[in-house]
Design a protein around this ligand. Structure first.
Ligand SMILES: [Zn+2]
Length: 408
């Protein structure tokens, strides 16, 4: 048993309890969290780790949505408009895929670990990130993605998806959890989505999907018009939207789902997401770079939806660090009270994300996996300001533990 002590312990529990002069007793699981002096007296034989002054212990961060297969992009893709970006992805896809080797993806995962990300939801389009994700020190929920809008290709697309899912299942463990992703309402035929969602139900897999990311998607799904009409008519002049937004949401009503983006979602759609007890994943930097608008975070809160945060891939971000993402989110929603938003964001990358992905971590409490990080603030800080100052000042962790093992 090990006892680690710090000036502050952010439990990230429901009440966002912070323990000053705290300590945590752990092995692979957390045994007890409390006041330093009390735990030291109670467990005199425990090995003690003292942390530097102004240190904070908090749960390891959880990136709910990242595309590692696009990790090679730096300046190749075009930003500012979703369709312009999509066309640049199509143009450079092969080149970027070839560059995104297991070694490159592995190095990105190591960087994420140094930033304090101990779990992630990896959206895998082709399975090219499988080896790196299986070898990753982090806990990975591995979303095998399905897409395809042409009815005649449904069987072939389903077969390919099923093959990748089965392969990923061979590596299933406490740290590698196979899951299912349905790409989006504009790209996935409802028959294909239904088949994949049925498998997810049977296999008890978590599900991820993109939903209402751009104004182009809104116009296409609602009216069959806009930039997506021009885009799709190049392949098929008779292309029509595959279903309405609410019909799409309805497909997921029995699944445990993370809906990503929802920047263009309407109130009734947010209500449906809330009623389905689903999660919404906010990717603020990606949304800004692709020029799709800004999530109505007040409406999400009002609808009482479980909120998580994702970096998306390096195809639409310059960093996979959740600290960078939280800093951006903090600046992007200036109407929210600063300290309150900081706490909301820390909850979104810890307990909310663990709940969404079905992981027994994200909160420092007895029985959870010992996945936690230690970060050190540059100076002393009021207890009430710890969440905000952490977001403002943290780049790398001082210590990172997964399953009670020190990683870096
Ligand atoms: Zn995405």
């Amino acid at each position: 048993m090990t006892l680690i002590t710090a000036d502050f312990i952010l439990t990230c529990n429901e009440g966002f309890e912070i323990i000053e002069n705290g300590a945590m007793l752990f092995d692979e699981r957390i045994i007890e969290v409390g006041k330093c002096e009390e735990l030291k007296a109670k467990h005199p034989t425990a090995t003690i780790i003292e942390t530097p002054q102004n240190s904070v212990i908090l749960p390891g961060l959880i990136n709910a949505h990242v595309h590692l297969e696009f990790s090679a992009n730096q300046s190749m893709l075009r930003y500012g408009d979703f369709i312009v970006w999509l066309q640049s992805v199509i143009k450079h896809r092969e080149e970027l895929s070839a560059l995104a080797t297991t070694e490159l993806i592995g190095s990105k995962l190591q960087e994420m670990l140094k930033n304090g990300t101990t779990s992630l939801g990896a959206i895998s389009s082709f399975g090219a990130d499988l080896e790196a994700c299986v070898q990753a020190p982090q806990r990975v929920v591995y979303f095998n993605e399905v897409l395809g809008s042409v009815p005649s290709a449904v069987d072939a697309m389903y077969g390919d998806f099923r093959g990748r899912l089965e392969t990923s299942k061979e590596f299933k463990s406490e740290r590698f959890i196979p899951a299912v992703s349905v790409h989006s309402p504009y790209s996935t035929h409802p028959i294909l989505a239904k088949k994949a969602l049925q498998v997810a139900l049977e296999e008890e897999c978590v599900v991820s999907t993109h939903f209402m990311e751009s104004p182009a998607e809104r116009a296409w799904i609602d009216e069959g018009s806009g930039d997506f009409q021009t885009f799709f008519s190049a392949f098929n002049p008779h292309a029509k939207p595959l279903c309405s937004a609410l019909e799409y949401l309805e497909l997921f009503k029995q699944n445990k789902t993370l809906f990503t983006h929802a920047v263009q979602a309407k109130k009734e759609e947010l209500k449906t997401i809330a009623d389905q007890k689903a999660t919404l994943t906010h990717c603020p930097v990606s949304n800004r770079l692709l020029g799709v608008g800004k999530l109505d975070i007040d409406a999400v809160e009002k609808a009482n939806i479980n909120l998580t945060l994702g970096t998306d891939g390096l195809s639409s971000n310059i960093s996979l660090s959740l600290w960078d993402e939280m800093r951006s989110a903090l600046m992007m929603h200036p109407q929210k009270e600063l300290s309150y938003l900081a706490k909301t964001l820390l909850q979104s990358v810890t307990s909310n994300a663990a709940h969404a992905l079905g992981l027994s971590c994200g909160i420092l409490k007895q029985g959870c996996y010992s996945d936690f990080i230690v970060t050190t603030l540059p100076q002393a800080c009021e207890c009430d300001d710890v969440a905000l100052q952490l977001i403002l000042h943290t780049h790398q962790t001082h210590l990172t533990f997964i399953d009670g093992e020190k990683q870096c």
